[in-house]
Design a protein around this ligand. Structure first.
Ligand code: F6R
Ligand code: MG
Ligand code: MG
Length: 375
């Protein structure tokens, strides 16, 4: 049976700033999906990470289906009405356009979708990240799908010995999708050369080179490319199929033990370590740190199991402590150097305006006059 997984996520309002949606808001989105998704979705799961709400739907309709996208858009519009009623902060923040036009891509919400012929048992992982951007998944995906130091299956499993094909998107190119396809392991250095630059080149999809099946799909939306200015970080979602010819669940989650530094954090303008959090995890310290949750499911005939909370384990408590230390370390240097993002990535215009005003006050010193005055 062919099944499509569609995950569509948006920030439509938060309690006390950008920390979390209200429980009533999550309920409202879930109720809308239940009430209007009959006959369209086979199954659905609605959950939150940080201030974002994600709708995961299963259906047989393929990727980019207008009715599935409309259902999610309408659920977020209904949620926005409640968010306004409750006086939540940033109500409707990610709904950047006034009307739905066939596909939520480009309208604000983040979308990742996978379509496949179901295996007899079909495990997959849903990652939801907040206070960061799609490039946050570059390193973990590289380590999982291309590095035998992190994925033992690349050496041990004959089903993975042909490696994986990476589809990488140039997110700076706003006039259509500019993509490149590269194969691991042959193109390893080229893949690394691109994925090094998390703000420019982003993994969009990964395919098995053994059977051509898609293994991963990332939401690649850049909100500032849609709105023409920064309106928040893009808070990406990721779907990964696991086991068999794909990496094991443990090989996919392993790289998150690094707590690697990503763009985002306070005002979408800083660098902070990515902390793996439990289901419905929130943000706090410095509006962060950037967080990622991971829910594991099996899907059978389109029906989802209850989620397994992959980062709810004593091992990850230890990692969270380590990541908290990394967050405090980088925050000790405030605005200086690597702690704050470069000028082009700042979410707010304050610094750019300041620099413009200061620019007019700079003078080029006349060295001869200075020397004459001194002698
Ligand atoms: C980051 C984020 C928050 C806000 C911050 C200030 O993506 O959403 O860190 O940038 O809380 O919010 P405003 O400018 O809305 O007061
Ligand atoms: Mg927000
Ligand atoms: Mg968010």
């Amino acid at each position: 049976m062919r099944t499509t997984l569609s995950v569509i996520k948006a920030d439509i309002g938060g309690v006390a700033g950008h920390l979390m949606p209200s429980p009533q808001l999550v309920d409202c989105v879930q109720t809308h999906v239940r009430r209007h998704g009959g006959g369209l979705l086979t199954d659905a799961y609605v959950g939150a990470t940080g201030d974002d709400i994600a709708i995961l739907g299963t259906h047989p309709r393929g990727v980019g289906d207008a009715r599935v996208h409309q259902l999610a858009w309408d659920a977020f519009v209904a949620g926005t009405a409640l968010a306004k009623e409750q006086g939540l902060y940033g109500a409707g923040q990610d709904l950047l356009k006034d009307a739905f036009s066939g596909n939520v891509k480009g309208l604000g919400p983040a979308v990742a979708e996978l379509e496949f012929e179901e295996r007899p048992n079909e495990p997959f992982l849903l990652f939801m990240a907040d206070k960061t951007d799609p490039g946050a998944y570059n390193l973990p995906l590289y380590l999982t799908f291309a590095d035998p130091m992190h994925n033992a299956g690349l050496l041990l499993s004959p089903k993975m010995s042909h490696g994986f094909r990476f589809v990488i998107l140039d997110v700076a190119h706003t006039d259509g999708d500019r993509v490149i396809e590269l194969n691991a392991p042959e193109d390893l250095y080229d893949i690394a050369a691109l994925l090094r630059d998390n703000q420019r080149f982003v993994v969009e999809a990964i395919y098995s080179r053994t059977d051509g099946e898609q293994a991963a799909a990332v939401s690649t939306t850049r909100l500032h490319n849609i709105a023409g200015k920064y309106t928040g970080k893009d808070d990406p979602v990721l779907l990964v199929r696991t086991q068999g010819g794909f990496p094991a669940t443990g090989e996919v989650v392993a790289p998150y033990a690094i707590g690697h530094y990503v763009a985002g954090f306070m005002r979408g303008s800083h660098v902070g370590p990515l902390m793996p959090v439990k289901k419905n995890g929130t943000t706090s310290y410095f509006d962060g740190p950037p967080v990622v949750s991971c829910l594991g499911f099996c899907v059978h005939a389109g029906k989802l199991t209850d989620p397994a909370d992959a980062f709810d384990h004593p091992f990850w408590d230890y990692v969270r402590e380590h990541v908290a230390q990394k967050a405090i370390e980088i925050r000790r240097q405030g605005f200086s150097g690597a702690a704050m993002l470069g000028k082009d990535e700042l979410e707010y215009t304050g610094i750019v305006e300041k620099l413009r005003a200061l620019d007019a006050r700079f003078v080029v010193r006349d060295e001869r006059l200075a020397t004459a005055a001194g002698s």
